[in-house]
Write a protein that binds this ligand. Sequence first.
Ligand SMILES: Nc1ncnc2c1ncn2[C@@H]1O[C@H](COP(=O)(O)OP(=O)(O)O)[C@@H](O)[C@H]1O
Ligand SMILES: [Mg+2]
Length: 271
Amino acid sequence: MTADPRLAASRAAQVQAEDFRQAVLRQVEALTADNQRLLQSVVRSERRFRTLAKSVWHVQEEERRRLARELHDGIGQTLTALANQLQRILDDARGAGNLGLEHRLEDALELTRNSLRDTRELSRLLRPTLLDDLGLDAALNWLARTLTERTGLSIELHSELDEQRLHPDVETLVFRVTQEALTNVIRHAQARSARIALERRGPVLRLRVEDDGRGLDPQTLAESERAGASGGIRGMRDRAELFGGRVEIQSKPGSGTVVQMTLALDPPDAG
Ligand SMILES: Nc1ncnc2c1ncn2[C@@H]1O[C@H](COP(=O)(O)OP(=O)(O)O)[C@@H](O)[C@H]1O
Ligand SMILES: [Mg+2]
């Protein structure tokens, strides 16, 4: 029996090809395992980053709460006492026939009362106790009323929450995004009216802040966001992302702006 050299060569080639295939498979497996490990470590870092960013945000809110209380209880109380004293002096001065003094006291009293009102408003804007005590509907209602009184912008609030409470962090997030969006309307939009709408569809919460102002060019906004300007809008997006939500801005020059935040709420027992 003579061995066919062509057959032997073809077998050798087959064995070589199989070895090569196995080697490639092993490399692919090793690469897949490496990728998996990298992905897991990215997910872990991302989770750590979110936890860290959330705790920075908590510290900020806590600081605002402390300042708000200090303003209200400290300067607020002092101004209240001052107004009461001025009122008593004014009462004594009345009837003494010194009209000039009466007017000056009345002016001083009015100044004091205005400062007291400004102090209380500033304290609430820093952190409304309403938000902790009564929840979003009450706090947004107060915000709309205060901004309307101060600027003349008509602000309508439509909420489907029916005074239902959400997780405190979510309530704070929605309040802050609304506050920033309305501040932008007042500062930039030249609008006559604005509308806040809060909707809930199952686990999805949606906030819309719309205005009928001059609108903005999305391209310009995207550029200014990339350039690191637009801190307000960037901040809204970053905060929403911390809670797995997202913020979209829809606008055309001349036809108003809509800021929309969409957020999936955790199931109640997940905290
Ligand atoms: N409701 C709005 N109507 C018109 N322009 C707006 C509105 N909101 C934001 N803008 C524009 O987008 C820019 C970025 O807003 P923002 O990030 O909040 O920064 P800032 O308010 O500090 O300028 C504003 O400077 C303004 O030109
Ligand atoms: Mg802004």
